[in-house]
Design a protein around this ligand. Structure first.
Ligand SMILES: [Zn+2]
Length: 287
């Protein structure tokens, strides 16, 4: 891709700047930021076609499923708590469901759960664990509709996220909503603390786009959907941030977990949310 000819996927502007930092697994890529809308994207937004099918997202050896489930448990629980009310007795579809941890939790409360996951090796695990998972959207029954469709940390991996959102929205029942969780390009470690080690760690060749909250409005417009709300969520607590600033390394939420308590964590999250600088955004779209 020649950047001089590149127009912003969301707003069509052609002026951009390079963000400081490195793409951790591909140093040849540049981190581009649209000067008009702030969309962050990589200088190349293409991955091999079988990349996700063949488990290549995990880098070398694919992660054993049990270990992966332990890693995502906190996120699965947080998402389950967040959506609790909309899960009970509803039909739910999780797009890009990964190891299926969220669906496994939702299964006991929902009327019906289904998932979409491209990674082929997972499908035998899904079968033996009673999860109804399809390889892609087109494999779903044409008439099937869902009250809640979720996509956690998926759409930033897609070359044309608006098109996929549109396709997913066609599967919504009347009054249903599409909940999308993405990493935020306005993360305090990048845009407030300007941590150099973090900026050389967080960018990843699989994250083709990084959105801020107003980008999600533009995305809704492009997908011809309604944006109901955007929530600012902080996945990592203060200990993690202080550790990055002091040691320049990840893992502070484990090494310095003694710093965090429930009150401090929620107050810090609220403060970052007020500044629009949390690490995570949750958006609700509807038709
Ligand atoms: Zn733009």
């Amino acid at each position: 891709m020649n950047l001089a000819e590149k127009i912003c996927y969301l707003c069509g502007a052609t002026k951009y700047q390079y963000r400081p930092g490195k793409v951790r697994d591909d140093k040849s890529l540049k981190i581009v930021e649209c000067l008009n809308c702030g969309l962050v994207f990589l200088s190349q937004i293409e991955l091999p076609t079988d990349f996700y099918e063949q488990s290549r997202m995990h880098g070398g050896e694919p992660l054993p499923i049990e270990l992966w489930l332990r890693e995502t448990r906190k996120d699965d629980e947080r998402r389950f708590r967040y959506l609790n009310e909309t899960i009970i007795n509803r039909d739910i579809l999780d797009f890009g469901c990964g190891n299926g941890g969220f669906l496994k939790m939702a299964q006991s409360y929902a009327r019906k759960v289904a998932g979409i996951e491209m990674e082929k090796r997972l499908h035998s695990y899904f079968k033996t664990n009673g999860l109804n998972i399809f390889q892609n959207i087109d494999a779903l029954d044409k008439s099937e509709r869902f009250d809640l469709i979720t996509a956690f940390h998926v759409i930033e991996h897609l070359q044309d996220p608006a098109k996929t959102l549109q396709k997913l929205a066609e599967k919504l029942s009347v009054g249903g909503c599409l909940i999308v969780e993405v990493p935020s390009s306005a993360d305090a470690l990048l845009t407030l603390y300007e941590s150099v080690p973090f900026s050389e760690f967080t960018y990843w060749s699989c994250h083709l786009y990084l959105f801020n909250s107003s980008n999600l409005e533009l995305l809704a417009k492009k997908a011809e959907l309604k944006l109901d709300y955007v929530s600012h969520i902080q996945r990592y607590p203060l200990s993690n941030h202080l550790y990055w600033l002091s040691k320049g390394k990840p893992g502070g939420h484990q090494a310095w977990s003694f710093l965090d308590d429930v009150n401090l964590t929620s107050a810090y999250e609220a403060r970052l949310a007020g500044l629009g600088k949390t690490d995570t955004l949750i958006a609700s779209f509807s038709r």
